[in-house]
Design a protein around this ligand. Sequence first.
Ligand code: JBK
Length: 229
Amino acid sequence: MRIDIVTIFPDFFGVLDVSLLGKARQARIIDVGVHDLRDFTHDRHRTVDDTPYGGGAGMVMRPEPWGEALDSVITADSVVIFPSPAGERFTQATARELAGEQHLVFGCGRYEGIDQRVIDHASSVARVREISLGDYVLNGGEVAVMAMIEAVGRLVPGVIGNAASLDEESHEGGLLEYPSYTKPAEWRGREVPPVLLSGNHGAIAKWRHEQQVERTKRVRPDLLPSAED
Ligand code: JBK
């Protein structure tokens, strides 16, 4: 998989050199290019933003540098992703879809957003998705892109951690995880639930499933099918 990132903070993406994705990059399973949007400006001050037409607070990212930056990376086979609080919600299903693509381009907006014509133009040459990590305010798309790349990257065949993602499929209709324990069997007066020491695999599976249902009901009832409400 090839990933291109356009940003005014290329240094943010130094962390992609470490951990799981760093290894995937070294193995050339995932190739990442980080591009500084300011390299596509032509004025002395390398200006990337301007005041909004129609008035209002904040600044809007100018279309010209974005056009040149995207022209340099997009092909007809690319999926172009703009992280935005106004986008569709990112889920594990989104990550699986994107993991099947050959080329992802991430456009990181800052300020009050990118001139809408950039998104409209990109949509005329490739598949475009505006995707939101969640309903909270970030200063820009960079951190959201990092999360998306981690979620997608570990699902790409050959990336270490891919095996773990296969169990994810077996998460019984999207329940939360059961609690985990390791040695010692007693720690600071707290014992591991005895069933986990029983060697009774049927009882353990039943207990873990009950824990999943109880935890999901308590903290994420929205995940439960209405039959289990
Ligand atoms: C948010 O992906 N997001 O969720 C996102 C991207 C850029 C700015 C934002 O405020 N929430």
